[in-house]
Every structure is written in structure tokens, then in C-alpha cells.
Design a protein around this ligand. Structure first.
Ligand code: UFG
Length: 339
């Protein structure tokens, strides 16, 4: 049986990917320093899979420990999620992002090379493109990040490219658009603190945890004046990671893929969808634009469909919101208060 080591496996996209790997018959081990996640997700995964999942509370910057773990677990590939991912925070504290995302990944790569693990699938982001010149965005478009988060992810991609070029490893970089939704079981889902993402922020209003949702900017050059995003269900994202691992294990060459649905929805459309799903009026307040938000981000994922055979299923906004609502209703405070 093939084994995959997942860094950041206790986090939002990481935990859904651990589940997807299990469903496809892979053994999994998790490394996570729990800085933005908690062990409740691992407990939920063990419940869902009926398996004891090896878990290492380790920081990827600890090269020695990472080398030991890789030697002990001897994975066929690594999927690397462990990183900070808040655009606003990266602008106010850029070095935090360089330290964890870039330096941490360098340490991880060194540990992998020492331990003889030579395949990695890595979370990148739409933020590497910055303000797009045309829609939908394709992988060959110019990369001009407008914040340190996107900048560190792009630098990580380049570090992978040069390391692969030196003949030392093969990698797949997956550039996500707007990850959202939750596993159909309702046992794992999105749990950030603080929460900044649109769908969970609106659902906090439906849950009575907030009075209203703020709409950041209504003067964008879009049909209804609010930002348009490409919302991609976390279960579809998780499937793409499994396909990327299979691609590398099958001898596929290093490459970069966008992951989105290719369809844009505005902030107002998402608020309306949440109203329809939750039957809550969702009071709203119009607020100024949030710094660094591009007007429209929509992906072309043609390449992932053609090369990886990826076929996202959960693309209807009402299905995405319904799955997230199931999770947030039963876990209003994330994994806190889990038995
Ligand atoms: N928004 C609101 N109110 C809120 C929260 C968000 O109006 O309370 C708006 C934002 O301004 C944006 C849209 O909803 O227009 C989506 O915002 P999110 O914070 O949910 O997601 P982002 O588009 O900012 O973030 C995504 C990815 C990041 C990536 C970024 C690139 O999650 O990893 O796109 O711009 F870096």
C-alpha cells in the first residue's frame, strides 16, 4: 500500500485530502504544528476512517525532526499544506510569511532530499497572479502577486522548479481559487480563528454568532459591483490532490495546475445563496473595499481536467453552501468542545 505524508493535514484542505487519500486506499501520516488548526480534526478523521492515523505535532522548520519522520514513515510522496494563508495578515506581517512559508518549505525540501522522498504535491494559490489581465486565468498568465502571501507561494513554486531542474525531485503545484464547503459527513469542515472567508462569515450570521455580514466594496467593475470569485468545493480540491499524487507516482513530469470551477459568483450572489439555503434574512452592511482584493478571479482548469483527469462535481453554489451549513450548524465553534 502506498503511503503519503501530509503536512498541515489537521487543517481545512489538508483534513479533507487525508480523507480522500484514505478513500482511495492510501496510508496516511500527518505532520502539523497545530498553529492554525487543532487535533479535533484528526480525531474526526479517525472516526470517519475507522483508522488510527499517525500524527506528528512537529513544525516543518525543524529539519532534523522532519528528516527522522520521513525516514520512519518512508512515504511515497508528500502533500504539503503547512503554511500561513491570510492575505491581510501577510501585508501587515510579511516576515511571518517568509519565515513559515518559504524558509519552512526549504527545510522540508532538505529533509525530503536527506530522507530520499522525491515527490511532492504543493498548495499554491490564485494570489500568485495578482490582478489578472484577462479571465479565465490560465497557468501561463503573468504572475505578479500583490501581497506577501502570493509572493511567498510564488517563491516556493520557483524553489520547487529549480530543485526539480537539478534532478532532485518532481512536484505538482496546485493553484487554488476559493476553497469552500465541507465534507458530506458534516464531521470535518472549515474552522479558522479569526474567520475571514466569505461563506463561513455569512454562515456565522445565520448561526446567530454575528449580527450582519459586511460586503467589502460595491463599486467594482462587475455586474452588481461586488467582487467575483471562483468557488471550488474542498472535496473536489481534495480529489485533485489524490490525482496529482497518482500522476507523480505514475512518472508524470513536474507541472502547475489551476483548480477552480471556471465560473464566477459575486459576493451578493453568495449572500443570496446563503439566504436561500438557511432561510435566514442575513442582514448586510456595505463596507469599503478590502485592501488587495482583485475585482474578478476565475480560473481555467482545463489543464487539470485534461492532464490529471480532474472532474469537479460540487460546483453548484447551493450545494457548496448547503455542505458548509451542515458543518457550521453542528460546529459553530469549529472543533472546540469536541468530545
Ligand atoms: N468578503 C466580504 N465580506 C466578508 C468576507 C469576504 O465581502 O466578510 C469578500 C471579499 O472582499 C472578496 C470575497 O468576499 O471579494 C471573497 O473573500 P474571501 O476572503 O472568502 O476569499 P479571497 O478571495 O480573499 O481569498 C482567496 C483565497 C486566498 C487567495 C485569494 C487571492 O482564499 O488564498 O483568494 O486574492 F490568496
Amino acid at each position: 500500500m502506498k503511503k503519503i505524508l501530509v503536512t498541515g493535514g489537521a487543517g481545512y484542505i489538508g483534513s479533507h485530502t487525508v480523507l480522500a487519500l484514505h478513500k482511495k486506499g492510501y496510508d496516511v501520516a500527518i505532520v502539523d504544528n497545530l498553529s492554525t488548526s487543532c487535533k479535533g480534526s484528526v480525531a474526526a478523521l479517525e472516526k470517519l476512517t475507522g483508522k488510527c492515523i499517525p500524527f506528528y505535532e512537529t513544525d516543518i522548520r525543524n529539519e532534523e525532526e522532519m528528516t527522522d519522520i520521513l525516514k520512519r514513515e518512508h512515504p511515497d510522496a508528500v502533500i504539503h499544506f503547512a503554511a500561513f494563508s491570510l492575505v491581510g495578515e501577510s501585508v501587515s506581517n510579511p516576515l511571518k510569511y517568509y519565515e513559515n512559508n518559504l524558509y519552512g518549505t526549504e527545510k522540508l525540501l532538505k529533509a525530503m532530499l536527506t530522507a530520499g522522498t522525491d515527490k511532492i504535491v504543493f498548495s499554491s494559490t490564485a494570489a500568485v497572479y495578482g490582478e489578472p489581465k484577462h479571465i479565465p486565468i490560465v497557468e501561463t498568465d503573468k504572475t505578479e502577486p500583490t501581497n506577501p502571501y502570493g509572493e511567498t507561494k510564488l517563491a516556493m513554486e520557483k524553489m520547487f522548479r529549480w530543485t526539480a531542474n537539478a534532478g532532485n525531485l518532481s512536484y505538482v503545484s496546485l493553484r487554488y481559487f476559493n476553497a469552500c464547503g465541507a465534507d458530506a459527513s458534516g464531521l470535518i469542515g472549515e474552522a479558522h480563528n479569526p474567520e475571514t472567508h466569505l461563506i463561513p462569515c455569512i454562515l456565522r450570521v445565520a448561526n446567530g454568532q454575528e449580527q450582519f455580514v459586511r460586503i467589502f466594496g460595491t463599486d467594482y467593475p462587475t455586474a452588481d459591483g461586488t467582487c467575483v470569485r471562483d468557488y471550488i468545493h474542498v472535496t473536489d480540491l481534495a480529489d485533485a490532490h489524490v490525482l496529482a499524487v497518482e500522476y507523480l507516482l505514475g512518472g508524470g513530469k513536474s507541472d502547475i495546475f489551476n483548480l477552480g470551477n471556471g465560473q464566477g459568483f459575486s459576493v451578493r450572489q453568495i449572500v443570496e445563496t446563503v439566504r436561500a439555503v438557511t432561510h435566514h434574512p442575513i442582514p448586510q452592511q456595505i463596507a469599503p473595499r478590502r485592501a488587495g482584493d482583485p475585482a474578478v478571479l476565475v480560473a481555467s482548469s482545463q489543464k487539470a481536467r485534461e492532464v490529471l483527469g480532474w472532474n469537479p462535481q460540487l460546483f453548484r453554489p447551493q450545494d457548496i453552501v448547503a455542505s458548509a451549513w451542515k458543518w457550521h450548524q453542528t460546529h459553530p465553534n469549529g472543533y472546540k468542545n469536541e468530545p
